[in-house]
Structure formats: C-alpha cells, structure tokens
Design a protein around this ligand. Structure first.
Ligand code: MBD
Ligand code: FE
Length: 287
C-alpha cells in the first residue's frame, strides 16, 4: 500500500475517476474539497472539532435546516447579488429588487382571481390589505400574472413548518385581473426568529449572532414570457430592519403603511372597518 503526503492524498481524491462522470460536479467538488483540506491544515482543525462539525451537519440536514443556514450565512443573498450584477453587465432593465425566497416557501397554494383573504376569521392582528399592479419593464400591466404570497402567523411561524396551523394558512396564489391588479387581505405579520435549541441556533449562539428577521411578506410573481420575480416586502419600523440575520432586506422594499383607510370598496374581502392599506406594484423582467 502506498503512503501519501497530504498533497498526494488531495491530488488522488481529486483525480480518482473510472467513469466520465459530470465535469461540472467534478470541478466544483474538487474546489470545495481542496479548500477544506487547506482550512483543516491552516487552522489546525483537531479530530474532535472535525467530527463535531460532521455531526452538526448531519443534525442540520436531518432537522431540515440546510436552507436556514445558507440564508443565515449570506449565501442566498450572495446569489441574488450575483444575478443582479449579471443583469447589469448584460444591460437588462431592472424590475422590482429581488429578495431571497428563504426556506419556507411551499408550492401549490390555493389560487383565486384578483383577490384573496390569506388569514382566518377573526383577524389575528392589524387588518392589512395589500394591493397593486404587476407591470412589465415597459410599464404595461401584466394580466393573468400569478402573485404567490406567503407570510408568518402572529407567532412568527409558517404553515407546513408548524403543526398548529392548517395547510396553506397564510399562503395564496392570486391571478391578476385585466389591468394587472391583485389585492389581498391578511394581518401585519411579526418578525421571524430561528427555532431555539436547533442546530442553526447552536451555531448562531457560538458565533455570538442573533437569528432574527424583521417583519416581512414573501412573493413569487410569475407570468408568461416574464422572469419569475422572487421578492419580499418589509414592514417599516421593525427593530431588525437593518439587522436581518438573513441579510435580505432592501431599501426599495420597505412599504408605506396607510392606517385608517376607509373600508368602502373592500367589502368583498370582509373588511368592514378602517384598516391598514399597503400599495405596492411589482415590475417583472422579460424572461
Ligand atoms: C424566514 O422567514 C425567511 O424569510 C428567511 C429568508 C429565512 C428564514 C426564515
Ligand atoms: Fe420569511
């Protein structure tokens, strides 16, 4: 049997191959493995530290928290920044700023035409109606666009990740009308905090970081011939607006609250008293 130096071992790991495999996967894996070998060497990572890390990753995966840690370590935002840099380099017109999807989206929410109520009767908080238009980059309304919206409940938890909520609670798909308009009724959600006593919070405690997100509402806006827009809006005034653990908040996405809007015209959403209104238009880019 051969004895290997560190470098020989790494070269072997990276070059070992009996089938063509996938070149891109090989390239990325080689780079990550090489970087990790180097980190272990440079930082003199001890066996117990290495295996503690492996155990943590296994628990992270088993707990379904990989998407949470990628957001908390900035990877989700990095990917958005890179997309926007690519748009700019290609001279593509910008639409509404993108914001990360996060790990809590569920496909298949109930679909309705033009408007929807997301929450249950009675309302859980300050009654909110959010409304606006979907437009393309030339300013034309986009009829038949699908506005997929989701947000946390009054305890900051999301349906499908919380046994106390019905499936698709606070999740709807709304098809825009002939003028590209959508509207929905819900309540102003609170912020989100990573689950305590979880692998993610374990790392955050060790890093001395908090795991809070400011209050926000998520959107995927999809239309034929348009690039799907993934974004979020933020509620103004939140303590964590400029200190989001997922680095996802952006200037152009903090909405204006219009309290005490008269209820007239909103009866179809069951609104019968003054409420808080938010107007927000989405601009989608060509595909
Ligand atoms: C969330 O609600 C969220 O939006 C993100 C990005 C990460 C964790 C929880
Ligand atoms: Fe969220």
């Amino acid at each position: 049997m051969a004895e290997f130096t560190q470098q020989q071992l790494l070269d072997l790991v990276n070059s070992s191959q009996v089938n063509p495999g996938n070149d891109r996967v090989r390239q990325i894996t080689q780079r990550i493995v090489s970087d990790l070998f180097r980190a272990i060497d440079d930082l003199d990572i001890k066996p117990d530290e290495f295996w503690a890390g492996v155990d943590w990753l296994a628990r992270l995966g088993a707990g379904g928290q990989l998407g949470l840690i990628t957001a908390g370590l900035g990877f989700d935002r990095l990917i958005d920044i890179r997309e926007e840099e690519a748009d700019e380099a290609a001279g593509r017109a910008a639409g509404t700023p993108r914001a990360i999807e996060g790990p809590l989206y569920i496909a298949g929410a109930p679909l309705s035409d033009g408007e929807a109520r997301l929450d249950e009767d009675p309302a859980a908080g300050t009654v909110l109606v959010m409304e606006g238009q979907v437009r393309d980059v030339d300013g034309n309304p986009v009829a038949g666009a699908l506005v997929d919206v989701w947000h946390a409940n009054e305890l900051g938890r999301y349906s499908h990740f919380d046994p106390d909520q019905a499936d698709y609670h606070l999740r709807r798909k709304i098809k825009t009308d002939a003028q590209g308009r959508y509207r929905f009724r819900s309540f102003i959600p609170p912020g989100y905090a990573i689950p305590p006593n979880s692998p993610t919070s374990e790392l955050f405690v060790a890093l001395g970081r908090h795991g809070n997100r400011p209050a926000h509402i998520h959107f995927l806006v999809a239309a034929e011939g348009q690039r799907t827009l993934t974004t979020q809006v933020n509620i103004p005034g939140d303590t964590f607006l400029d200190d989001d653990f997922a680095f996802a908040t952006r200037d152009g996405l903090v909405v204006e609250l219009q309290p005490n809007t008269p209820a007239a015209g909103y009866e179809s959403l069951g609104v019968n008293a003054p409420f808080t209104r938010v107007c927000f238009d989405f601009v989608v880019q060509p595909a």
